[in-house]
Every structure is written in structure tokens, then in C-alpha cells.
Design a binder for this molecule. Sequence first.
Ligand SMILES: NC(=O)c1ccc[n+]([C@@H]2O[C@H](COP(=O)([O-])OP(=O)(O)OC[C@H]3O[C@@H](n4cnc5c(N)ncnc54)[C@H](O)[C@@H]3O)[C@@H](O)[C@H]2O)c1
Length: 261
Amino acid sequence: MREFEGKVAVVTGTTGIGRAVALHLARQGASVASLGIDLEANAALETMAAAESLLLTVFHADVSVPADVSRTIASAIAAFGGIDIIVNSAAVHPYGTAETTPFEAFMRCMAVNVGSIHLTAEFGVPEMRKRGGGVIVNLSSVQGHACQSGVSAYVASKGAIHALTRAMALDFAADRIRVVSISPGSVRTPILELAARTFEGEDADIDAVFQRFGAAHPLGRIGEPEEVAVLAAFLASDKAGFITGSDHRIDGGLTAGIGVR
Ligand SMILES: NC(=O)c1ccc[n+]([C@@H]2O[C@H](COP(=O)([O-])OP(=O)(O)OC[C@H]3O[C@@H](n4cnc5c(N)ncnc54)[C@H](O)[C@@H]3O)[C@@H](O)[C@H]2O)c1
């Protein structure tokens, strides 16, 4: 029997890590509802899932909008009968300082990156409770522990995810709902490509920039989305039954050092 047979997972974000997690869980037998705002990416994920005959349905949703999250979670329950796992991976990554980031962009970042975690819990936790428990995995970042300059809204959102994860873990422990976060270092996804183009220009040689980003990690490379998916799946599995309220770094050693060789 595959590890997630009979489980239902809601995963936000249909590219990068969210896509890898959705495919990984579905390959391990889960029924997966993927929520994404990017129509092209949604269609691509649907095609990938269909090619492998996976039980994976993609729903178009802005996960910062209560009506979208409520509607898509209701559709997931209608399709699959309940919810056992939520993986919150959707995020935006505005660049700028507190002086240069427009306030609207700051608030949008908080609404998408943090608000979506609140919303999937608001509509998903009652369903988990009916099933006798569940797991919520929130994608944070090493930037929630220590940070780069020039990304203050993103950094604020990632720190907030660590705090919200702890709060939710306490609030829902009695319901046997575990809540954890993951803090990746650099991972080969569209959000990292955005970083490369922001710092190096639109015509940047992405592979070369990714190699440089990788060199900043003690293991000498960036991570792959599938590596994060394996960690998310472990945390979502019964093997991790005593783990809650904690953050789990997957960063090639990036935050082990103090930046001085
Ligand atoms: N890739 C990295 O280097 C890295 C490092 C640390 C943390 N993370 C975190 O991992 C998570 C996944 O990011 P990724 O690397 O896969 O990047 P990504 O850009 O591929 O994924 C983000 C996804 O969120 C979706 N999204 C954005 N706004 C949305 C909205 N309002 N509603 C629904 N979907 C929306 C995007 O369409 C995209 O599919 C994020 O939380 C990110 O902050 C990534």
C-alpha cells in the first residue's frame, strides 16, 4: 500500500515546491486538490497529473481571498470526501525596503504568504477535526530566521509564518492536528528565477546565477523542489506523529554558519 492511500491533501501553489509536493503526495496515493492563481501553471500541472493518471485536481484560486479558499476547499471535499493534509506553499516575493516597497505590495505579500495559511486553516481545520486529526505544513524560508537586505515584506511574512505555525500547533493540538513549517534555502523554482532576474537583469544566465547562489550554501549547490517535497511528505506522514510546532530547515547548511569563512 502506498503511504498516503486514502488521504486527501490540499496544496497551494501550482509551480515549484507546491507542484512537487502535490505530485509526490499523489504518486504516494493521496487524492490532491491543488490551488493556484496562475492559469498556465494550473493547466500544466493538470496535464502532468493526467499523464500519470494521478488523483490530482487543480482549482483556480487566489488563496488570499476568503471566498476563493472557501469555494475550492468545499469543492475538494465534494470531490474527495474530506481533508487530512494541507500544504501551504503559495507565496509572492516583492523586492524592496520598508521605504521603497509600496504599502499595497507589503499588504499583498502578507495576505498571500500569511493570510492564506489562516484561510486554509479557517476552512480546512473543521474538516480535519471531522476526520479525527490532520497535518498542516507551512512553507516558510531561511529568511524567517536570518535575512538578506532589500526584501523586507517577504522577510516579515516568513517570520510571521514561524509564529503562526507555533500558535496553530498549540491551538489545534487537542484536535490531533499537527502544524509544522519548512524553511528552505535556495531551491530551483520560478521564485528563485525571479531573484536571479531581479539582481542580475532580465537577460541573466539563470544556470550561472543558480550556481553562484548554490556556492553560498555549504553543500555547494541549490536544492531541488523534489527534495523539499520529500521533507513535506515525511512531516505530513504518520512517521512524524510526535512532531508539531517546529520549523524544519532544508538549506544545505546555509544557516549553520555566520557568513565568514
Ligand atoms: N525557491 C526558493 O528558493 C525558496 C526558498 C525559501 C522558501 N521558499 C518558499 O517556498 C514556497 C514555494 O515557492 P516556490 O519556490 O515553489 O516558488 P513558486 O513561485 O514556484 O511558487 C509560488 C506559487 O504561489 C502561487 N501564488 C502566488 N500568489 C498566489 C495567490 N494569490 N493565490 C494562489 N497561488 C498564488 C504562484 O502562482 C506559484 O505557483 C513559498 O512559500 C516560498 O516562499 C522558496
